[in-house]
Design a protein around this ligand. Structure first.
Ligand SMILES: *[C@@H]1O[C@H](CO)[C@@H](O)[C@H](O)[C@H]1NC(C)=O
Ligand SMILES: *[C@@H]1O[C@H](CO)[C@@H](O)[C@H](O)[C@H]1NC(C)=O
Ligand SMILES: *[C@@H]1O[C@H](CO)[C@@H](O)[C@H](O)[C@H]1NC(C)=O
Ligand SMILES: *[C@@H]1O[C@H](CO)[C@@H](O)[C@H](O)[C@H]1NC(C)=O
Ligand SMILES: *[C@@H]1O[C@H](CO)[C@@H](O)[C@H](O)[C@H]1NC(C)=O
Ligand SMILES: *[C@@H]1O[C@H](CO)[C@@H](O)[C@H](O)[C@H]1NC(C)=O
Ligand SMILES: *[C@@H]1O[C@H](CO)[C@@H](O)[C@H](O)[C@H]1NC(C)=O
Ligand SMILES: *[C@@H]1O[C@H](CO)[C@@H](O)[C@H](O)[C@H]1NC(C)=O
Length: 404
């Protein structure tokens, strides 16, 4: 390590210590003398924290240990300070322009916050968001080559999710998918809000979403009827496996379902192995609902016969999820092979929960947002720019599901 680098590291560490000290001062003590702006408090998410000073904020990302020093553009500190070390980076806020890695950053956060007009670059044009597609088509958003780092440095910030790489000073890691529960993921809207000084809006959206989600979960909790057993499963290269992601299991629990027994779904099932197949067959006879998560580049062509073909079981007479038409995929809303499940569903988990409640306890009087029924032959909806039905500079409100 050369001495220049070393001293800049030291300087940065001193600065951070100062920031921490200052933070406690301003929040706990001198509130009468220090004017606090709007701020976000992280309640549920575990992988980021925000601290506030008078003219700056610090976001700490727990996954990669990075700290982002956000300096208000009208402060003296913003003109004097620039950090770009392996642990600390500075950004002048509010960001006037930025780009995102659309494979890992839900642009729906930007829509709720009303920030689409500052979004100038995306890494793929198959984004499942009508208004982003519209701005792209009009030339207001540019498509960037995600392996060309030089190209990704042209805006004030680039949001992506690779915690192992920090190729440039304007890269900020945003990792909602690192969280284990739906609400924790949705709260990452506050991470984005801090970069644009729209904390008030971020808080409002998250509170609305959370209240609606908890209300739906509360109703499901008081349900005394039979709890259907749900299997999330996927097929890959001749092998089926049951998903045990805490995130998926939390949804089932909150919707009032039963998760396929954890002691069963331990291993993978090779469909070419007769013993494996026999065991898979037996387990599936105990399941009421199947959610097929198999990855495909062609969701439109993924039908119940694809599932049956991959399953390779001849006698399906005991599969109540087939006779009872409860075989689902979460690719109802897509743009080509990109799923809105990884975009809009992240910021609005209350809609996913409402869908799942309908999957488990059908009323027949509900329109699914994210799930499609394979047995009933439902096909995905392909999202296009013409579906953008609002002013692109406006904020998008969360959809509230009637509850109670
Ligand atoms: C806080 O947010 C509200 C609503 O966006 C805004 O009217 C107000 O000026 C903000 N206050 C501060 C101190 O930034
Ligand atoms: C700071 O940002 C605000 C909002 O984007 C902008 O109106 C203002 O001109 C900026 N001020 C400076 C000094 O750059
Ligand atoms: C993207 O950038 C990489 C690295 O610079 C380059 O090798 C590749 O050809 C570029 N791809 C396209 C489609 O331009
Ligand atoms: C992005 O915003 C910064 C800060 O306002 C500005 O200096 C820069 O030119 C903008 N970049 C582009 C590509 O518009
Ligand atoms: C599945 O079993 C077949 C037959 O035993 C074997 O050839 C194949 O490699 C196995 N596949 C995997 C992914 O283990
Ligand atoms: C079939 O679904 C209905 C709800 O639509 C449920 O009441 C019933 O228990 C299910 N039957 C089986 C065998 O899973
Ligand atoms: C679906 O599959 C058929 C036959 O394999 C093919 O002709 C068609 O182009 C596919 N559809 C899409 C949307 O790729
Ligand atoms: C169907 O849903 C609508 C809107 O939630 C409600 O007004 C209506 O009463 C429901 N119909 C039945 C038969 O439950």
């Amino acid at each position: 390590m050369d001495s220049a680098h070393c001293s800049s590291m030291l300087q940065a560490l001193f600065f951070l210590a100062f920031v921490w000290f200052f933070n406690y001062e301003s929040v706990d003590g001198a509130s009468s003398t220090v004017k606090m702006g709007n701020f976000s408090k992280v309640e549920d998410a575990v992988n980021f924290h925000i601290y506030y000073g008078q003219t700056f904020k610090v976001i700490k990302n727990a996954v990669d240990g990075q700290s982002y020093l956000l300096l208000q553009n009208n402060s003296r500190i913003a003109s004097r300070t620039k950090y770009c070390t392996s642990r600390i980076k500075s950004f002048v806020i509010p960001l006037s322009n930025f780009s995102v890695d659309t494979d890992s950053f839900p642009v729906s956060f930007l829509e709720h916050l009303g920030l689409l007009e500052s979004l100038k670059g995306i890494t793929s044009d198959t984004v499942a968001a009508p208004c982003v597609l519209k701005l792209y088509k009009e030339g207001q958003i540019e498509k960037l080559n995600k392996s060309d780092y030089q190209m990704l440095t042209q805006f004030s910030a680039h949001f992506f999710s690779d915690t192992n790489q920090q190729p440039a000073c304007n890269f900020a890691t945003s990792v909602p998918f690192s969280e284990d529960t739906p609400l924790q993921r949705a709260e990452w809207i506050k991470f984005m809000g801090a970069f644009a000084n729209v904390e008030a809006r971020a808080n409002q959206v998250y509170t609305t979403v959370k209240e609606n989600y908890l209300c739906l979960a509360e109703i499901a909790k008081t349900r005394t009827s039979f709890k259907p057993t749900v299997a999330w499963m996927k097929y890959d290269d001749g092998v089926w496996s049951f998903t045990k992601e805490p995130y998926n299991l939390k949804y089932v629990e909150d919707a009032g379902g039963e998760i396929l027994d954890a002691s069963i779904n331990k291993h993978t099932y090779n469909v070419s192995d007769p013993d494996d197949l026999e065991e898979l067959h037996a387990i599936l006879c105990t399941v009421e609902v199947v959610i097929d998560e198999t990855l495909t580049y062609d969701p439109v062509n993924y039908t119940s016969s694809t599932f049956i073909q991959n399953l390779n079981v001849e006698d399906r007479s005991c599969f109540s999820f087939l006779t009872n038409t409860s075989l689902w995929r979460y690719d109802k809303r897509i743009q080509s092979s990109s799923l809105d499940w990884y975009n809009g569903a992240v910021s609005q988990p209350q809609l996913v929960l409402a869908d799942l409640i309908e999957v488990l306890f059908p009323t027949g009087n509900y329109t699914m947002t994210y799930f499609r029924n394979l047995v009933k032959g439902e096909t995905p909806i392909n999202i296009g720019p013409e579906m953008c039905d609002r002013d692109t500079s406006s904020t998008m409100d969360p959809t509230i599901v009637p509850c109670g």
